[in-house]
Design a protein around this ligand. Structure first.
Ligand SMILES: Cc1cc2nc3c(=O)[nH]c(=O)nc-3n(C[C@H](O)[C@H](O)[C@H](O)COP(=O)(O)O)c2cc1C
Length: 199
């Protein structure tokens, strides 16, 4: 399947088969792929938590709004957390990035209001979502990106100190009755020519 076909056939899974688990090798690949996500000045203001434990998934399902059942049934839940402590972030980049990148942060980003710096970091974590969903499609893994969760409660349950949960993704194998499969529910997008132009 070429890349266009891959994007045409991927879709957001709404119901999982609870008996199907993703192989350890594929999970390991996903971890490596996430870690390769590009970000501005290579800032990497994030961490990612893979959860297979059913008890913890069920606890998080309770604070996952309309996504509850998918979180219970999926093979793995991946939680995407962005740094929300700027001192922690500066320490992390000072220890890991070249001086030029750290100086760029100190000169152009640090002087901005805190909310803008945090918004910049949040922009970066969404790049990892794009990479992750594409990787899932190429590995034949079904996925559900979810902003519809209570991020502050996830943060509390997971005991995060310097990060805040931004969104989570369920992965696994769809249930045969998943109503969002393309055979039941054709993919819809605004017409390409209304969105993309050439000048
Ligand atoms: C950032 C983001 C958040 C989303 N949140 C949810 C969610 O909480 N629950 C859900 O079922 N789908 C969620 N979706 C799925 C979108 O509704 C879906 O991607 C969109 O309708 C396009 O459909 P497709 O992914 O099947 O092509 C989310 C998608 C993205 C990218």
């Amino acid at each position: 399947m070429n890349f266009l076909e891959l994007m045409q056939q991927r879709y957001t899974t709404k119901r999982y088969n609870p008996n199907e688990k993703i192989d350890v090798e594929k999970i390991e690949q996903l971890k490596q792929i996430l870690n390769l996500t590009p970000s501005s000045i290579n800032s990497q203001p994030w961490n990612f938590i893979f959860i297979e434990n059913q008890e913890l998934k069920t606890k998080l399902a309770g604070v996952s709004r309309h996504n509850t059942q998918r979180v219970i049934d999926c093979s793995h839940l991946i939680v995407f957390n962005v740094i929300n402590n700027l001192d922690f972030f500066e320490k992390q980049i000072s220890e890991n990035l070249p001086d030029a990148a750290v100086n760029y942060y100190k000169t152009f980003l640090k002087p901005l209001p805190e909310e803008e710096v945090k918004a910049w970091m949040k922009n970066q974590i969404y790049i990892s979502l794009g990479v992750f969903l594409t990787a899932c499609a190429s590995l034949g893994i079904d996925a559900t990106p979810m902003e519809g969760i209570e991020g502050y409660k996830y943060t509390e349950i997971l005991g995060l100190e310097n990060h805040l949960t931004t969104f989570a993704v369920c992965i696994g194998k769809h249930h045969e009755e998943d109503t969002n499969q393309l055979k039941f529910h054709a993919k819809k997008r605004i017409e390409k020519d209304k969105i993309i132009s050439e000048i």
